[in-house]
Design a protein around this ligand. Structure first.
Ligand SMILES: NC(=O)c1ccc[n+]([C@@H]2O[C@H](COP(=O)([O-])OP(=O)(O)OC[C@H]3O[C@@H](n4cnc5c(N)ncnc54)[C@H](OP(=O)(O)O)[C@@H]3O)[C@@H](O)[C@H]2O)c1
Length: 323
């Protein structure tokens, strides 16, 4: 581990390392008034980037954030990009809309969904795997030339969750028998395991080009994400809190993260983008502003699983991604 974990506000991380963001082009997925991505866009605007490309399913989701940025930082340009992540062709179309953008310094994939009832994406994948992971695999593949064009110290940051500690890829049945054996928490865990393992392999492949690649657990933040959580889930969390900890897939204890503010939730994303002290840990999982790979379990460490996942992702998205 590079340094000890700390819950920090975004302002603190920006104060320390934010200068390198001036003049940069940043693409952020999952922007809305209530999301961590919306908060991240507001926070980053203070560091004078050249352009913030804000993606959402509908323009109305980003107009509030755009207006706040326009009032506070009139020189920072923002641009809405429509992107529906439950349809791989919609992701391809969104990328085509960026033909006039020569490079992207930071590709920050934060959009996601948690515990929805079973449904499938347009391409037939369980929705959490499709939206949280497979769409990102495709997005990174398609936008990597623009990130490469930005040169050294550019970044690819993929959001994940501490639930990765209880998650694994169900390689033999990733669609939960077409919903018959669906368990919303196991499916969210699967999608986050996939995010972390993809980042591990991608980070390894891009290390020599000095492209930063990290997965980020933002902690626990009240946002739109909890919309599918039942009262029973919150009761369960209260039980876990009373017990003091949960157990991961290897039987190690997991501390339950405290609720934090959106500024604190976005801080580890900024750490991933620009903190120079973690550069040598490319591909790592970050939590509370620090490299936290020691928190992961055997299934996630297993490089055969990274290889299997990469191949499966190429097959499912019908896109070869060789590096
Ligand atoms: N909040 C937490 O405590 C927490 C903890 C661990 C991990 N995370 C991770 O943090 C990320 C951000 O979540 P958040 O807390 O900011 O939640 P949020 O407020 O619900 O934001 C998620 C964003 O993703 C978008 N999105 C969902 N499905 C989409 C789709 N099919 N196509 C395009 N966009 C889609 C949502 O847009 P719509 O409004 O249109 O649905 C929303 O803007 C997620 O990836 C989540 O796994 C959050």
């Amino acid at each position: 581990m590079s340094n000890s974990q700390q819950i920090l506000r975004s302002e603190v991380v920006l104060e320390k390392y934010g200068k390198t963001l001036a003049g940069k082009t940043v693409l952020i997925t999952g922007v809305s008034d209530e999301s961590i991505a919306g908060e991240l866009a507001l926070q980053l605007s203070a560091a004078d980037p050249k352009l913030l490309i804000l993606t959402a399913r509908a323009e109305s989701k980003v107009t509030g954030i755009q207006e706040k940025i326009r009032l506070a930082k009139p020189n920072v340009k923002t641009r809405f990009l429509k992107m529906e992540l439950s349809d791989l062709n919609a992701v391809r179309n969104a990328v085509r809309d960026l033909d006039d953008v020569s490079h992207i310094d930071h590709l920050v994939a934060l959009a996601g969904v948690m515990f929805p009832p079973f449904s499938k994406t347009k391409d037939g994948f369980e929705s959490q795997l499709g939206v949280n992971y497979l769409a990102n695999f495709l997005l990174v593949k398609l936008l990597l030339p623009k990130v490469r064009a930005a040169g050294a110290d550019s970044s690819v940051v993929i959001m994940t969750s501490s639930i990765v500690r209880q998650g694994k890829m169900h390689f033999d049945d990733f669609n939960f028998s077409d919903g018959q054996t669906y368990d919303a928490m196991a499916a969210y865990g699967q999608s986050n395991a996939a995010r972390v393992m993809f980042v591990k392999r991608l980070g390894e492949k891009l290390k020599n080009e000095k492209i930063r690649v990290f997965s980020v657990d933002p902690g626990a933040v009240h946002t739109g994400l909890q919309r599918h959580c039942s009262p029973e889930f919150f009761d369960q969390v209260a039980e876990w809190k009373k017990a003091g900890f949960m157990i991961d897939m290897d039987g190690k204890p997991i501390d339950i993260p405290p609720w934090t503010t959106t500024s604190e939730g976005a801080a580890t994303v900024i750490t991933a983008m620009v903190d120079p002290t973690i550069a040598e840990y490319n591909g790592s999982y970050l939590s509370q502003n620090a490299v936290s790979d020691h928190e992961l379990h055997t299934h996630i460490y297993d490089e055969d699983n990274w290889t299997k996942l990469w191949k499966l992702s190429e097959d499912l998205t019908k896109e070869e991604f060789s590096l």
